[in-house]
Design a protein around this ligand. Sequence first.
Ligand code: PBG
Length: 328
Amino acid sequence: MSQYPALRLRRSRASAWSRRLHAETVLTPADLIWPVFVTEGSAEEPIAALPGVSRWGLQGIVERAREARDLGIPCLALFPNTPHALRTEDGREAVNPDNLMCRAIRAIKDAVPEVGVLTDVALDPYTSHGHDGIVDGAGYVLNDETSAVLTEQALVQAAAGADIVAPSDMMDGRVGQIRSALEANGHVNVQIMAYAAKYASAFYGPFRDAVGSRGLLKGDKKTYQMDPANAEEALREVALDLAEGADSVMVKPGLPYLDIVARVKSAFEVPVFAYQVSGEYAMIEAAAAVGAGDREALVLETLMAFKRAGCTGVLTYHAPLAARLLGA
Ligand code: PBG
């Protein structure tokens, strides 16, 4: 009986109301986290590698937070373009309580406290070599020395008002250390979103331009970020970060790693986020620019794909466009 012609799956697709009624997945502005770049000064600085994305000074960042609020986007992710004169071997500017990042957090929390602020915990925007941690003489990123600095960095960000600290460095053991330090310092409600499965990816190029680390980076990040060949290892990374106290986990990059999202979601049943990274954004923009696809349709389809795969939310530079399209 469950055969054609009794069964025609096209029946439910025949009209718009019915397609809406049968939709298994919904996408709303509340699913979006908007990554924004902060810089010194007050001029808007367009980023050539990310058409449509700019770095903003503190005033501009506050305006972006207001825009997010008005569009129904719950949270901003902040990334600093640290002045090059302040970048050192050890990245010590990362733990300066008055650094650009902390001033941006405070400015947003003073003006628009109802918008969540997520901060990146890693040293790459602060080091003279562009790596996420402290390197030894051979250029190897030292795990435990780096984790100690990252813990301090997370504390400084939490003290400035960060709502979610997001370690993106892939050191072993840092989530537990950050959680203990947050608890010991009274930041019991500051969340940790662990970049749990972060791959050594070719899709980060435009981001490195945006935070000014591309030209500085020596070598690659393969000794700490994951091999794109691996999936089981991602599950181990997620298990460890959860055991250490992560409130949510992230998979990064996004679209090429939806299999990882789906496996993590089904294995752990915890909040899973994905980062549709700079290179993915740039690919959509490039496709739209040459007429290979419609920008708005590509943006909404890719974001829906993240939700369908099991994401609780998505970090995307297209957040304001998507929120507008979704009619906040
Ligand atoms: C650095 C960091 C990176 C991104 C977010 N945090 C780059 C890297 O690991 O080299 C990439 C985001 C993007 O490409 O949009 N810790």
